[in-house]
Ligand binder design. Structure first.
Ligand code: PGA
Length: 258
């Protein structure tokens, strides 16, 4: 049996995103004080979007040494061209990488930011290359993470094993439905597959910040926090086995916690 963590509960998303951005800034600053580089694990989607906006605002007023920042993304649709406006590559460019380069022109996202290549001809090979690259960078210092309504983390859908690594996966219908909002509501436009970091890869991050917002997540949060044991049926329960995880929830997401 694993002990349930104690979540930090915020009034709403505005407070949650501000606190998450502050935590990232704090960890980045602390790492610089130790004269090291900082690897931020990035998620995409509705929840992290405001966090990056707030982080960029903080860094605008007190720029750090962005040459010492690298970002590693969790996942990318497959197949998808990076120039497709719906690719996570494109989303990251708009939301974080270009704003960071505006703050510090030395931040070169061609070298300092990685995301699985949705246009790679051989996805298995790409997955292996990605895993090796993360390792070569010394792993992720702080991984930020959302939770799917079905309990997925990254695109590790229910049934994913704890020892899974970066790989090509098939998205569930519920994930494609949930993400249709990013494709003008057209579920048929949502790719059927993705390359995702595996659960074992995610759990190797030195620290994890899980962010959950909205009443549509209340049921899955209840299930996660009621679970006695980690289970592949709810991949997010594997986070309970990590020694350094913080859960940031807003009141709506926390409304059904046991
Ligand atoms: P969301 O997605 O932040 O867009 O709600 C989280 C997820 O599905 O992992």
């Amino acid at each position: 049996m694993v002990a349930s963590p104690i979540p930090t509960i915020f009034f709403g998303y505005a407070e949650l995103r501000a606190a998450a951005a502050e935590l990232i800034n704090q960890r980045f600053s602390d790492t610089l004080l130790q004269k090291k580089s900082f690897v931020l694990g990035c998620a995409t989607g509705s929840t992290p979007e405001g966090v990056y906006t707030d982080l960029v605002k903080i860094l605008q007023t007190q720029p750090l040494d962005e040459t010492r920042l690298s970002t590693v993304n969790l996942d990318e649709y497959y197949p998808i061209q990076r120039t497709n406006p719906h690719s996570y590559h494109n989303w990251m460019l708009r939301t974080l990488w270009k704003p960071l380069a505006t703050i510090d022109a030395r931040f070169d996202y061609h070298d300092q930011a990685i995301i699985p290549m949705g246009e790679a001809p051989d996805p298995q090979r790409e997955a292996k290359r990605y895993e090796q690259k993360i390792r070569a960078w010394g792993g992720v210092d702080l991984q930020i993470l959302g939770i799917g309504e079905n309990g997925h983390i990254a695109f590790n859908e229910p049934g994913s094993a704890k020892d899974s690594r970066t790989r090509l996966v098939t998205l569930t219908d519920s994930t494609r439905q949930a993400n249709a909002k990013f494709f003008g509501g057209d579920v048929s436009a949502v790719p059927k597959q993705a390359i995702t970091m595996g659960i074992a890869t995610i759990l190797e991050a030195k620290e994890i910040l899980v962010m959950v917002s909205g009443k549509q997540k209340a049921d899955i949060m209840k299930k996660i926090f009621s679970s006695q044991e980690p289970t592949p049926d709810i991949p997010a329960t594997f986070l309970m086995t990590h020694p350094r995880v913080q859960w940031y929830l807003d009141a709506a997401a926390a409304s059904r916690l046991p």
